[in-house]
Design a protein around this ligand. Structure first.
Ligand SMILES: *Cc1c(COP(=O)(O)O)cnc(C)c1O
Length: 366
């Protein structure tokens, strides 16, 4: 390993602070990604990713070059047929799925739910029952990264099972920390990416799906080209290659990141995140700051914090932290004055303590 790379503390919800070893794992000899050696690396990565949430005999990870939205767009645009789908919108990422469905002309019903409270299951069931269109699919975000709200995917899965609806989950910011079992939770399709809880580099996104559901897409007329889920699945199965140039170095980093996740253990990773969150919350309390989502529905991964009063300006606070090697994130919800702090990546409570100390300095300076 060469000399150390400067370590910044990213309190953003991805990309996150990575380990030194993940950073250096990208420095490798050049390779043509259509060589069998690279195919084996991608097959290994796919299987390991599947194993985190399902049984690889019956489920498959389909890798794409692209940010997380590519995987969500692939799923939404490739899977539904001519029947309608329900999209749960309780934050910016639920809204994004509606926007994707809109662009592709997919028949969808938007189910709106409060930003800071659990989804009302009775209301959702009524929405399914009262639809004059046949509902074949439902899409929901597992963890709304805009607020920190953790959606009740297991309950929604039960509802989907009752009505023979295939569920698609945007698990971007829950995957690899918050436990998910696709079969038990009745999730047919799940999307995530390399740069959040996996603690890899940005550039790889993926859809994990039941193989039988993927096979079922074979005869569908495609709506898309690059992001076609069936084509990407089928081509990889035959050739152990992505259809188009993959982000080679990002995949090496992902392989290393998966190895480090296995060393740490997924449950232990979430425990580390939760410990950082507890430190964050008690510090906020001490400073008189409050946050949006109540603890019982909170992911403990990202926190949407109400802006302090008087003299506060996000950009100046951001610049102050940036000069200290810490990156923070603005709020993403119209009409809500918040900023966001994520506690994922290769960071610990110690880093959060450093952040809190600086936050105290900043607040007393305004
Ligand atoms: C990060 C994220 C995405 C994808 O964002 P990209 O910028 O495309 O990587 C999608 N959904 C959720 C819930 C996310 O947290």
């Amino acid at each position: 390993m060469s000399s150390a790379v400067k370590r910044n503390i990213l309190l953003t919800p991805g990309p996150v602070t990575t380990t030194e070893s993940v950073k250096w794992s990208q420095v490798v000899p050049d390779i043509c990604p259509r060589e069998a050696e690279f195919g084996e690396i991608m097959e290994h990565i796919s299987t390991e990713l599947t194993r985190l949430v399902a049984e690889p005999d019956h489920y498959q990870t389909v890798l794409f070059g692209g940010s997380g939205t590519a995987a969500v767009e692939s799923m939404i645009s490739s899977v539904p047929g001519n029947e309608a789908m329900i999209i749960v919108n309780n934050g910016a990422y639920g809204k994004r799925m509606c926007e994707i469905a809109e662009v592709y002309g997919i028949d969808y019903l938007e189910f709106r739910s409060p930003l800071d409270d659990a989804i009302n299951m009775d209301a959702l069931e009524k929405c399914i029952q009262s639809s004059d269109r046949m509902i074949s699919h439902l899409a929901v975000v597992h963890h709304e990264t805009t607020t920190g709200l953790l959606n009740r995917v297991k309950d929604i899965g039960l509802l989907c099972k009752k009505y023979h609806i295939d569920m698609m989950v945007d698990a971007m910011s829950s995957f690899a920390a918050i436990p998910v079992q696709m079969k038990e939770m009745n999730i047919s399709f799940l999307a995530s990416s390399s740069n959040k809880n996996l603690q890899g580099m940005p550039g790889v996104s993926f859809v994990i799906a039941e193989k039988s559901k993927l096979d079922h897409l074979k005869d569908k007329k495609p709506r898309n080209y690059y992001l076609n889920l069936y084509a990407q699945y089928q081509y990889f199965a035959e050739n152990a290659q992505m259809r188009f140039t993959p982000p080679v170095q990002t995949l090496y980093a992902l392989r290393q990141a998966i190895q480090e996740l296995k060393q740490e253990g997924m449950a232990q990773r979430y425990e580390r995140y939760k410990a950082s969150w507890k430190t964050l919350i008690s510090g906020l309390k001490r400073l008189g700051l409050t946050y949006l989502v109540p603890e019982e529905h909170h992911s403990k991964i990202i926190t949407s914090i109400h802006e302090p009063h008087g003299g506060y300006d996000f950009q100046s606070m951001h610049d102050y932290f940036y000069s200290k090697g810490i990156m923070i994130y603005p709020g993403k919800l119209e009409g809500l004055k918040t900023f966001r702090i994520a506690n994922i990546g290769d960071i610990t409570s110690k880093d959060i303590e450093v952040f809190l100390e600086l936050l105290e300095n900043y607040l007393s300076s305004i």
